[in-house]
Design a protein around this ligand. Structure first.
Ligand SMILES: [Zn+2]
Length: 136
């Protein structure tokens, strides 16, 4: 379904596919998270955006919803090593740059990084993906 056909219909589709009930708050957060391409975001940033767009909800609700979306496979958590949890709407394996000074996360293009796994490791385990966070 195209995003222009019915306002919010696409947010209901996303939630139903993830087997989550399409409440008003979840629909609003889906719109903010997935309405403009892939993005990285933490709960505090999403909370500010939700309040600015007129939503009436608490920071705790945003935290809980982000974790529900992660559990449902809509988001991935980026392990930055900071005390804040960052989430990515892009589910494909990829690496990140994490700028500690301003808590900014951005994608690290694959051509800018090279990771070599040893033969010993590859014989020992079945590697599904390699994702790196470079802290700056
Ligand atoms: Zn990313």
């Amino acid at each position: 379904m195209k995003k222009t056909e019915r306002p919010f219909a696409w947010t209901v589709d996303i939630l139903r596919r993830a087997k989550l009930r399409p409440t008003c708050q979840r629909m609003g957060l889906v719109k903010l998270l997935f309405g403009h391409g892939h993005r990285h975001i933490c709960a505090e940033e999403l909370y500010k955006e939700a309040k600015a767009s007129g939503m009436n909800l608490s920071l705790a609700t945003v935290y809980n919803t982000l974790n529900q979306f992660k559990e449902a496979g809509l988001l991935r958590e980026i392990l930055t090593g900071s005390d804040k949890a960052y989430f990515d709407t892009n589910l494909t394996p990829h690496s990140h740059l994490f700028f500690e000074t301003n808590n900014h996360v951005e994608d690290l293009p694959a051509e800018l990084i090279s990771v070599q796994l040893s033969e010993a490791l590859l014989k020992k385990v079945n590697v599904k993906s390699v994702e790196v966070v470079v802290r700056i």
